[in-house]
Design a protein around this ligand. Sequence first.
Ligand SMILES: *Cc1c(COP(=O)(O)O)cnc(C)c1O
Length: 395
Amino acid sequence: MDKVIYLDHAATTSVRQEVVQEMLPYFTEKYGNASSIYAIGRESKKAIEDAREKVAKALKCGPKEVFFTGSGTESDNWAIKGMAFANREKGNHIITTAVEHHAVLHTCQYLEKEGFEVTYLPVDEHGVISLEQLEKAITDKTILISVMFANNEIGTIQPIKEIGRIAREKGIYFHTDAVQAVGHVPIDVNEYNIDMLSLSAHKFHGPKGVGVLYVRKGIKIHTLLQGGAHERGKRAGTENIPGIVGAGKAIEMATKDIEDKVSKIQALRDRLITEVLEKIPYCRLNGHPTQRLPGNVNFSFEFIEGESLLLMLDMKGVAASSGSACTSGALDPSHVLLAIGLPHEIAHGSLRLTFGDDNTEQDVDYVMEVLPPIVERLREMSPLYEEVKRGVKHV
Ligand SMILES: *Cc1c(COP(=O)(O)O)cnc(C)c1O
């Protein structure tokens, strides 16, 4: 097999060649510590500030509102714990959703052990929260609403603007995990009334190990890492300069001509969805039919296991992902698929394919060539499917 068709852009992306080129000098010639006063130190400092400007431009905020971190996970932890610990006297209640990434969910669970109360809003069959339920959940103890911009598994985009409006009206801070959204859909933190936003460079063709937390001017949150005065005293630790430079270049590239990219990727997504639903029986699309990330496709196929499907696709050179956590040793299917109401056995048979702007129509052709026979072959091993085919059992 010569070529791998990479359809797992929600897991991570390749680093763009232009991004690598910008990063390289900062490993070798320009290795100065940004806190040093001599020339190569100052040069590093300037490189960080240039990258900060690029991030600010992409989010339509000020550079002083941008803080570099070590990952999207760190940004989520910092936003939520930092806000919780800074506002303990004001209240101890946090509202989030049942479909967040573990970086948010496990942080909230940790805070519950520390005496905070957390409301996990349910979602409808498409993965969307209800604004009425959000409003009803707010109490005079609520200090933070944290709702992800777009879901990493099923691609559903939440009504962020409306959530921001509600939070603003009630005087509650609003954090969004926008790791899947930045560089994939246009974002404006002011238009959406977002107070804090997490992003991660490796999800939009930047390097791994670089995140950003946007914190609106005037908002005070506690720091997670104590140490030196890096990031204006808010995030200690010698800066990952090559990584930060790469994140700046990557966000600039990802947000340039974003509308054109979105429509190209969305066309691939929609063609794959239409053809799979047409050609493969006992299959459903997970996530919202239209309010979803341009590159996200998530199906459930009855009578099969997602893991077997992934292995067989891998043998055909297709890199994809499944919605069940069996690969990591856990038996439970994804909390997201359960939250949208899928029964365990159907959640186990799910497949996530996520497109990037290097994918082509030929990639969709290839998936349509290999996927239907694989699904059929796996189903032939299922006794239940045999009964359904013979008409003994109905689904
Ligand atoms: C990938 C991801 C994260 C974690 O980001 P890392 O930089 O990999 O730690 C958090 N939230 C969402 C929605 C993600 O997709």
